[in-house]
Write a protein that binds this ligand. Structure first.
Ligand SMILES: [Zn+2]
Length: 134
């Protein structure tokens, strides 16, 4: 609970109370040294005390701006990395598709070659059983 001395300086009530009881002969405000009596102490019932400090306010604004900037740059770095990964995956995918097509073509060519060899063998040895299973 914040409390106000008659001079206007503010302290916690429990501190003022202890301080007045401990040294009853030197009841002076620690800041301005004006005399003070317990009955003159006013408890402040404000929900929340806010010290108006322009420097602090400026600092808060600067920090908020820095924070917003960092969030933004963090986001753009994240997006750039994501884009790079996407491109890399697309490239790999194209590469794999190309390899797969080549393998298919190669298998097809080998199959045709085998067919041709079988046909040639069948012509050479007509009495042999059908090697292609048809
Ligand atoms: Zn004072």
């Amino acid at each position: 609970m914040e409390s106000c001395l008659p001079c206007g300086h503010i302290y916690g009530f429990s501190c003022i109370n202890k301080w007045l009881k401990r040294s009853p002969n030197s009841r002076k405000c620690p800041q301005c040294k004006k005399l003070c009596k317990l009955k003159d102490v006013r408890v402040l019932y404000a929900a929340r005390l806010c010290v108006a400090d322009e420097e602090l306010q400026k600092r808060v604004i600067t920090l908020e701006a820095e924070c917003a900037y960092l969030k933004q740059s963090h986001k753009s770095v994240y997006e750039r990395v994501l884009e790079e990964m996407r491109n890399e995956m697309d490239e790999k995918s194209m590469e794999l598709k190309g390899k797969f097509r080549k393998i298919c073509e190669e298998m097809d060519a080998r199959h045709k070659l085998n067919e041709a060899r079988c046909e040639a063998l069948e012509k050479m040895f007509p009495e042999m059983p059908n090697m292609r299973g048809n």
